[in-house]
Design a protein around this ligand. Structure first.
Ligand code: ZN
Ligand code: FE
Length: 257
């Protein structure tokens, strides 16, 4: 099978753009459309025609480039059925459990309510890739704005069933701040302190810290580690459910400076 070229780039303040390109079929997809100009510049640079946008959720920093890119390239927009009325230019509505074919590859859709009510993520197992939008970040997860903590717990933790070698592409570069917070609730986690050094170096060099991998997240992301004895001890929640621990971690993060 042909190879998919993945190109990730920064845009707006801290958003990630990602372009997928199959040189055999010419199919080219943008994960979300944070900034039409930035996406267009990447496409022009490599001489590509945008054929699809995969939309994860309705926030402006993920959809505001939709209509302009559609006008420029006539691309098809695939996005969440549950909030389709808020996705400009949406052509194809999908929801959790759906599977579609993009450039001869299977793409699986996951419902991820919590950050927004209709948020979805896309996985492409042939490329060991998950496009998670604002559900999971490196060492973090999205703010719970339209759903419950319980929903967000499920949305984030469902990815544990994917292959650990899965690359996770997320919506924002928040890794440094996420690590600073994570260290307050799991200071004895050696993998986390090791990662803090690596990430500090990457950021000092102006490098992106994503994509991350599920294997790295399992070792360092507190929202996937609600059963960690150290975290439970620090929170004083030894007997609570994982979802309750999740809610406490996410609440503390909201108040963390
Ligand atoms: Zn968002
Ligand atoms: Fe966002």
């Amino acid at each position: 099978m042909s190879h998919i070229d993945m190109r990730q780039f920064m845009c707006l303040d801290d958003n990630y753009g990602v372009l997928l390109h199959d040189s055999v079929t010419g199919a080219t997809a943008s994960i979300d459309a944070p900034d039409a100009e930035a996406v267009e510049a990447q496409l022009r640079k490599y001489g590509r025609q945008l054929t699809h946008i995969f939309t994860t959720h309705h926030h402006a920093d993920h959809v505001q480039g939709n209509l302009r890119l559609k006008e420029l390239f006539g691309c098809k927009i695939i996005g969440p059925k549950a909030e389709a009325d808020k996705i400009p230019g949406i052509d194809i509505q999908v929801s959790g459990g759906d599977k579609f074919i993009w450039s001869h590859r299977e793409v699986f859709v996951y419902d991820c309510p919590g950050h927004t009510a209709g948020h979805i993520s896309f996985s492409m197992p042939s490329e060991f890739s998950l496009f998670a939008g604002d559900t999971i970040f490196a060492v973090g997860c999205g703010r719970v704005l339209e759903g419950t903590f319980e929903q967000m717990y499920q949305s984030v933790n469902q990815f544990k069933t994917l292959s650990p070698s899965t690359y996770i592409y997320c919506g924002h570069e928040y890794t440094e701040a996420n690590i600073r917070f994570a260290l307050t609730i799991e200071p004895g986690n050696k993998a986390l302190s090791d990662r803090a050094h690596i990430v500090a170096k990457q950021r000092a060099n102006g490098e992106m810290t994503c994509p991350t991998t599920l294997a790295d997240e399992l070792k360092t992301n507190p929202y996937l580690r609600c059963n960690s004895p150290e975290i439970r001890n620090i929170l004083g929640m030894e007997t609570a459910s994982d979802a309750e621990v999740f809610a406490e971690i996410r609440t503390r993060k909201n108040n963390f400076k």
